[in-house]
Write a protein that binds this ligand. Structure first.
Ligand SMILES: [Zn+2]
Length: 155
């Protein structure tokens, strides 16, 4: 590939919406702080599993959950594993559902495009109280995140 083609390729494929989604998520966390809670290592797994079950409705999700304490790493998901990083003993419900949305996005689902944002919003709607959904939706609008409203059970 020559340089120009490489530049065009990377412009087309970069993760344009990433920082907007992060900003919207931080807005929602501040707007509904009760859902940024303590997740002690032992009870955390049960809490996270029931959140995943609730947010995905009838969809069968085969995800392995791994916790680690880290003040520097970010949570990530790949190959059926959700790796959650606990900072200062805290874990946000939004962060769990964010990583779950990456898993549900399917192959190559590492970006934060329209498909990702739509799945994430639906998971929050199904898994968390209405105020969390409202907060994330407002965050999307403030930060101009592209999304579609998915129907419940559409996962
Ligand atoms: Zn992400």
């Amino acid at each position: 590939m020559n340089i120009l083609r490489q530049i065009i390729f990377s412009l087309k494929n970069r993760d344009r919406q990433r920082s907007r989604v992060y900003s919207a998520e931080h807005y929602a966390e501040k707007a509904s702080p009760r859902y940024t809670h303590f997740a002690p290592m032992k009870s955390g797994k049960t809490t996270v599993k029931s959140l995943i079950a609730k947010s995905t409705g009838d969809a069968r999700i085969n995800a392995t959950i791994s916790f680690r304490k880290s003040d520097t790493l970010q949570s990530w998901a790949s190959c059926g594993v959700i790796n959650l990083c606990i900072r200062n003993g805290m874990l946000s419900d939004y962060e769990v559902l964010h990583e779950l949305a990456h898993l549900l996005q399917g192959e190559g689902g590492a970006d934060h495009g329209k498909e990702f944002a739509s799945i994430f919003l639906l998971l929050v709607k199904q898994g968390l109280p209405q105020e969390c959904y409202d907060a994330l939706l407002t965050g999307y609008k403030i930060h101009r995140v592209k999304y579609e409203i998915m129907k419940e059970g559409e996962l």
